[in-house]
Each structure stands twice: as C-alpha cells, then as structure tokens.
Design a protein around this ligand. Structure first.
Ligand code: BYC
Length: 474
C-alpha cells in the first residue's frame, strides 16, 4: 500500500495498469494545477513549507514531514487497503457483499453524493486563499497551507471516483468541480457555508473547528457506504481531517487565552478597552461562534429529507459509527424527534426516522462540537473570569429545513422580527466586529513571533520547536 511517487500522479491504486483512466486523470491534472494557481493560496509560489505528505496509507507512512516548495507539492490518489470480504451493514442491502462497481440503479444518487462532497474541498481553498497574507505566525501559516493542500487532495480523491466509475458524466462533473467558485453569484459552490467568506483568522479557526467537523461527520457516514471504493477513499481522508479540527480548536483556544490574559492583567471586561489593547473581546468571539455553528449545522440538510432516507435504505450513506449501533440498521417503523415552529413556539414532532437521518447526524455533530467549546471555557475559568462561551440553540439563525427563516434567539426563544432586528448585532458578527477583527490582521514572519491577539501554541508541529522556520520565503 505504499505510494508510487515515480508516477505523474502519485497513487496507491496501480493507476499505470489502467491506461484509459490514467490518461483521463492526466488530462484533468493540468486543469487542476491551473485552478490551484488561480484560486489556491495567494502569493505562496515562492515559499518552502514544512508539510506532511503521505508516503503510504499505513499509520507509519502518512505523517512524513519535510520542507516542500509550494509549486512542487504532489497531489495523489490514496485509498485504504481492501478489507477482504466487506459486507454492507445497513439498509435494504444489509448483509450483501459491498459493491466494487456502481450498481446501475444507484448511479445518479451516488454521483450526487460524491459531487457534493467533492465540491466542498476546492471551495474551502477558495475561501481561505487570502489568509496567508495575514498569518499571525509561521506556525499558523504552515498549518493553513497544510489544510489547503489536503483539501486539494480530497478533491483528487473524489475526482478519482468520478473518473473511474462514472464514465463521461463523471469526467464532466470533474470539470465543473474546477469551474464553480465560492461566493460567485452566477456559479456558486453547491452548499451554503462554502459560499461564505473566510476573511480573517478568527473565521478560519472557527471554520476549521466547526465546518471541518461537518466534514468529519459526513465522511464517517460515507465511510460506511456499500460502495466500497467510496468507503475506502473517505477513510483515508478522515486521517487528514483530524489535524484540520485540531488547527481550529487550538487556534480559537489560543485567541481565548490571549484575551483572558489581557483581561486579568488589565483588570477589565470592557470590550472597548480590550480592543484598544489589541485583543479580541469574548462577546465578539461568541458572535463568531454563533455564526459558524449555525451556518455549519445547515450543512446537514433538511431535517426531513426523502433523499436522506433513500441514501440510507439503498446502502449509499450510513450513520455516524453505524457499526457501533445496536439497532436493526434498517430503521423501518422507527421515529425521531425534529423541531418546528408552531403558534410562536418551538415544538417537537415525531417523524419516520429514515426521513430524519440528516437530523440524526446533525444531533451527533452537535454533541461532539460542544466538547471543544467546553475546553475553551476551561481557559476562561482558569483565569477566574465569569464569562462562558456557549453553542447557540439549534433553531438559531437557520436557513435550511423546517426552521429556515424562523426568528429564534440563541437561547431558543421564538421572537418577533422587531426583537430579532434589535438584537442581531449582539448575536452575530456586525460590520464593526468584522472591521475590528480585520484591523488586527497582519503577517508576522519572524520564527517564534506571534501576533499580539493570539497566544503561542504549547508545542510545535512534529515535535519541532515553536520557533522553527516552518515557512521559508525565497
Ligand atoms: N446549502 O433533501 P435535502 C467537508 C439542498 S463538509 C445549500 O435536505 P439532502 C469539508 C439539497 O442539495 C462535508 N443547499 O438534501 C469541510 C437539495 O437540493 P435539490 C460535505 C442545500 O440531499 C470543510 C435541497 O436543499 N459532504 O467535507 O438530504 C472543508 C433539499 O435538501 C443545503 C457532504 O455534505 C445547504 N447547506 O442533504 C472542506 C456529504 N443542504 O436536490 C470540506 C454529501 C441541502 O432540491 N452530501 N441543500 O436541488 C450529502 O450527504 C447531502 O447532499 C446533504 C444534503 C447532507 C449535504
């Protein structure tokens, strides 16, 4: 399962033995590189970056670190090994051998899932492309580029599936993945959160904490797929996703720490005074959290979805940790509670569980995402500050599903339009919050130096010191 870097496209799938596929992907490769030049990290071409590259998909091989010239980075196709006789473990096909080819009747749905997943990857690179210009340290700049190159590789992972298993339609979809653009009014990315801006580093850390975690949950659900090549591809992607969420959690944690230090040192809770000291006040961090949490939970789709029921019943997309659940893995006749607004109140409704599987995954996600918020609160608590960060109610600021457009406060009260308008600037980042955060951004390039608004990390990457030259400018 080692990766052949002697090939034009590094891979562990014996691409050389399938000349037609190899040619098709080698045709897509220059288009991809053109897209990366145009939409990838701004002004990064002359940099050498201390990056992790997989040399094999075994645990010993996927964390190989060295300085890489950005234009020389090699994207490839890596699948986890075939697992002997894998069987489908949910839905109508439960117990049947997993598919090595696409079943004709599920082709359109499978393609749609792969395209939706694939579309998010270049979208996030596009959203983050200017952040390198304002990195708060070399350590953070390296982490940004690590995330970016791996999202690029995740696009390769989906494009490989499209080319190998979906013929001409697959090749066309692969082309359009390079044509849509995050935030473009005429040709936007498919899912809402991937058309939002990531204009500053607080947004970046919130995005990698919350939105990359949606990636984790969706990839885990796809890793259960009865279509074995999709399951094996997404499993390897998950090994990379963990670092992205670490970047987010530790990034927000370090911002919170710096703010808490300033609050203690200057004995103040006043946002204005803290802003004058050049750190981000906790209420602003809370508003960014509210924004990224609510935009991200929309990514799970409508609370009641016949698509979700079909994806599950036909064995295309499972639940998070399907194998660890002790029910019948078919879910017929079972129900699940979803929320709706009725007579000015949030009410729970029981609906068929199969149709509520987007909500099931969203609820699993919410439970997980609270963990990091509690760890941020530990930093605040340790400093003796009474403030606590909280995730907003799941009905707050929703744009997808039954709660779309409902006016609900962060603590879960259905409110009037007037109350919403009077408070929205306390609940979501306002223009002046964003302008303030933007005013702090500026590139720090001395090894071991950090911008004033963020604390240094406890440890460096791959046991290197914090003041290591993670990025060399040529
Ligand atoms: N924005 O029946 P519904 C990641 C559309 S992140 C805009 O609920 P379904 C990453 C929907 O397409 C993980 N539109 O949809 C993270 C449908 O449209 P049509 C990405 C939306 O299919 C960070 C209609 O609304 N992977 O990897 O049940 C950095 C009805 O909706 C949205 C996946 O998402 C939205 N938020 O559920 C880099 C996994 N939500 O058909 C990467 C693959 C729904 O009426 N995707 N719509 O035109 C899926 O499993 C499903 O497509 C979804 C949607 C769960 C996303």
């Amino acid at each position: 399962m080692s990766i052949d870097y002697g090939q034009k496209i590094p891979n562990n799938v014996d691409l050389a033995s399938d000349k037609v596929l190899q040619r098709a992907l080698e045709h897509w490769q220059p288009e991809y590189l053109k897209w990366w030049q145009e939409m990838g990290p701004d002004d990064s071409q002359a940099m050498d970056v201390y990056l992790r590259t997989a040399v094999s998909v075994e645990p010993s091989g996927w964390a190989h670190f060295e300085h890489v010239k950005m234009p020389d980075y090699r994207w490839g196709i890596f699948l986890t090994p075939l697992e002997g006789e894998r069987r489908i473990n949910f839905g109508d096909h439960k117990g049947e051998p997993a598919w090595q080819e696409v079943p004709g009747e599920h082709r359109a749905n499978l393609r749609r899932l792969i395209v939706t997943q694939g579309d998010t990857e270049p979208a996030s690179v596009e959203q983050q492309r200017h952040l390198g210009l304002t990195a708060p340290s070399l350590y953070d700049l390296r982490n940004l580029f690590q995330v970016n190159v791996e999202e690029g590789r995740h696009l390769w992972a989906m494009v490989y599936l499209l080319h190998k298993y979906f013929g001409r339609d697959g090749r066309e979809e692969a082309e359009t993945l390079l044509e849509r653009r995050s935030g473009d009014v005429d040709n936007p990315r498919i899912l809402g959160a991937f058309n939002e801006k990531t204009p500053d580093w607080l947004s970046f850390f919130m995005f990698t904490y919350f939105t990359d975690r949606d990636g984790k949950y969706q990839l885990c659900a796809l890793a259960e797929s009865g279509f074995d090549p999709l399951a094996r591809t997404t499993r390897f992607m998950l090994t990379e996703e963990a670092h992205h969420m670490f970047v987010g959690e530790s990034g927000v944690g370090r911002i919170v720490q710096r703010t808490a230090e300033a609050m203690v040192k200057h004995r103040t809770e006043s946002p204005d005074q803290l802003r004058a000291l050049g750190v981000i006040d906790l209420p602003t961090i809370q508003r960014y959290l509210n924004f990224h949490f609510s935009v991200t939970i929309d990514l799970f789709g409508a609370d009641e979805s016949s698509n979700a029921a079909t994806f599950y019943s036909t064995g295309l997309k499972g639940r998070f940790e399907e194998g660890k659940r002790s029910d019948d893995h078919q879910l017929r006749g079972q129900t699940y509670k979803v929320l709706a607004v009725s007579n000015g109140q949030l009410v729970e409704r029981e609906v068929p569980m199969l149709n509520a599987l987007n909500e099931v995954l969203r609820d699993d996600y919410i439970k997980d995402s609270v963990g990091g918020v509690n760890r941020w609160n530990k930093v605040i608590e340790k400093a003796g500050i009474p403030f606590r960060l909280v995730t907003p109610h799941k009905a707050f600021h929703r744009n997808i599903g039954a709660l779309a457009g409902a006016k609900v406060s962060p603590d879960g009260r259905v409110i009037s339009e007037a109350e919403w308008n009077a408070n929205v600037d306390h609940w979501l980042p306002s223009g002046s919050d964003r302008a303030f955060v933007a005013s702090l951004m500026g590139r720090v390039v001395e090894p071991g130096q950090f911008a004033n608004w963020i604390a240094p990390p406890m440890m460096g990457i791959n046991r290197q010191p914090v003041n290591f030259d993670y990025v060399r400018f040529n």
